[in-house]
Write a protein that binds this ligand. Structure first.
Ligand code: NAD
Length: 542
């Protein structure tokens, strides 16, 4: 085994490619003197055997790199995902073992944006139905009157990489383009695309002739186009989704089409893929469905394969990490030592981003106790990644500072010798614009398990995992009991409860943190919010 800190020579490097990848990748590896082995379609047991001596693994989306697989690979240094989403890689397991995980965030952007445009044009002009008729031997345009795009309003929800491509292309089609993206800096240059006015979501929905979705699927965006929001769309509008299933309430969309409130939809993605044969959107003339093929162009597949091969070669042979989603400007020994705090820091960031109603604009990160001997910047970066990941895809330690700058998020760091009776303490305060809202979390690690020990002015012992229901309520008998009954009736078990009286709010106010075994349905959360005495009930997912 080559010592983990020594760079590898091409001859001793072992790379395993686990998914179908454009052959261009082999060419790039070959130019650097590297000869990967290609073995696709391995199940978990076969992978565990296959990874024992490898230094690098390359996947697309099919192969699942679980904790068991990662832990079976003692020499593993890097995992490369040709594409964006790393949901098929256990990044926590990789981080704990100092394994760098990298992706290729930009290779698919243009291609996916172009598919959205293709869907937009097709749904406006019944292109697919027309083709189906001709195939069936019917030469008739009856009922195929379409809508012109010129002069129509397109609402782009999510003006990130792909949303911007779509907005720019649509302006070339002479559409009037408006956008909605609450996470873009409120302070700075206004819209990221010249000529695209930013609107509140409801106004965009009510006024757009076409709506196209380009946001990541996150807890905060799941069911973004809910029944209620679909009902607020302009009558006769058409919807395009080439982002992710789960963003749209598909049953409500089918009803809106049935009732003639919307004129059509074109979806590349569905909540369940492939859909069942009786799915309400399958087989309709007013709906175009494509099989999640947004990134499927020769150019995109070539680009992501070449990008990942270059990145892996650079990392193995030169130690340079591009587009790492978990990695470090710290050496792998330090990363191994602080790994539990890195995971804690991301959880603190994710918690604070969800706890705060408005977008976080300032983070103050203090490392205390033994941790004070470590450079706080890496942990602060991890907090930032946790925050930004709540609103954005593909945030990593390389691009997080840039994204933070773009969004007007400031990060301040501090060291403090005092860890308040803990060996080490990570303390983070997150504030919104102008400090209107501000929350504090302190956390530590017991063994290797992250724990929150303080939230705002409440001291507690909270395992930051799964669903946590946060309440602010009046401190009188029965309030907690009613919450427990509502959850119990919905079959949701409360694993642990932390209750206390926040010093600032006086003795008749209490805060609760309920760790739940499962996510309660939305109507149960609504019912909890309406319980007499409840001032706030907010679900946080970690
Ligand atoms: P990105 O991270 O560059 O952009 C996402 C944007 O959404 C960000 O600007 C973010 O601020 C914004 N956003 C987050 N929450 C929002 C909300 N509630 N309302 C409005 N905006 C919000 O991501 P990207 O690379 O442009 O990818 C966009 C989507 O496309 C993702 O869902 C991705 O998974 C999907 N995608 C699909 C395919 C496909 O095959 N169909 C291929 C690639 C990417």
């Amino acid at each position: 085994m080559v010592p983990p800190n020594r760079k590898l020579t091409p001859g001793e490097t072992r790379i395993l490619i686990c998914d179908e990848l454009s052959p261009a990748a082999l060419g790039v590896f070959g130019e650097r003197g590297l000869e990967p082995v290609v073995r696709t379609g391995l199940d978990e047991d076969a992978l565990v055997e296959a990874v024992r001596d490898v230094h690098a693994l390359v996947v697309r989306s099919a192969t699942k790199l679980t904790r068991r697989v990662i832990e079976a690979a003692p020499e593993l240094r890097v995992i490369g995902r040709a594409g964006v989403g790393v949901d098929n890689v256990d990044t926590s397991a990789a981080t704990e073992r100092g394994v760098v995980v990298m992706n290729t965030p930009t290779g698919n952007t243009t291609t996916t944006g172009e598919l959205a445009i293709a869907l937009l044009v097709s749904v406006a002009r019944h292109v697919v139905t027309g083709d189906r008729r001709v195939r069936a031997g019917t030469w008739s345009k009856k009922g195929l009157l379409g809508a012109e795009l010129t002069g129509k309003r397109l609402g782009v929800i999510g003006l990130g990489r792909i949303g911007r491509v779509v907005a720019e292309r649509a302006m070339g089609l002479k559409m009037e383009v408006v956008g909605h993206d609450p996470y873009l800096s409120a302070t700075g240059a206004g819209s990221p695309v010249n000529g695209v006015e930013l609107l509140e979501l409801d106004e965009l929905l009510a006024t757009s002739d076409f709506v196209t979705l380009h946001v990541p699927l996150l807890d905060s965006t799941r069911n973004l186009l809910s029944e209620d929001r679909i009902a607020r769309m302009k009558p006769g509008a058409r919807l395009v989704n080439a982002a992710r299933g789960g963003l749209v309430d598909e049953a409500a969309l089918a009803r809106a089409l049935d009732e003639g409130r919307l004129a059509g939809a074109a979806l590349d993605v569905l909540a369940e893929e492939p859909p069942s044969a009786d799915h309400p959107l399958v087989g309709r003339d007013d709906v175009i469905l494509t099989p999640h093929m947004g990134a499927s162009s020769h150019e995109a597949q070539h680009r992501v394969a070449v990008d990942i091969a270059k990145q892996i070669a650079d990392f193995l042979l030169e130690g340079v990490a591009h587009n790492s989603v978990n990695a470090p400007a710290v050496d792998s020994d330090t990363l191994r030592r602080i790994a539990p705090y890195v995971i804690l820091a991301e959880k603190v960031g994710a918690f604070l981003a969800q706890r705060t109603k408005g977008p976080v604009r300032k983070l103050e990160v203090t490392v205390g106790g033994e941790l004070a001997g470590t450079d706080p910047d890496y942990l602060a970066l991890s907090v930032l990644v946790g925050v930004l990941n709540q609103s954005e895809l593909g945030v990593n330690r390389v691009n997080a500072p840039l994204i933070a700058k773009d969004r007007g998020v400031r990060v301040l760091t501090n060291r403090d010798g005092d860890a308040h009776s803990y060996a080490s303490l990570l303390k983070v305060r997150a504030s919104t614009q102008g400090g209107e809202e501000s929350h504090l979390v302190s956390g530590t690690v017991f063994g290797r398990a992250p724990r929150f020990v303080r939230v705002d002015d409440l001291h507690l012992d909270l395992a930051p995992e799964g669903c946590i229901l946060i309440t602010r309520h009046s401190d009188r008998p029965g309030v907690m009991g009613r919450i427990g009954t509502l959850l119990g009736d919905a079959g949701v078990n409360i694993r642990r409860v932390e209750l206390g009286t926040p010093e600032k709010e006086g003795a008749d106010h209490a805060a609760g943190f309920l760790s739940l075994d499962a996510e309660p349905p939305a109507e149960v959360l609504d019912a909890i919010a309406r319980v007499d005495g409840i001032e706030e009930a907010r679900l946080v997912r970690l």
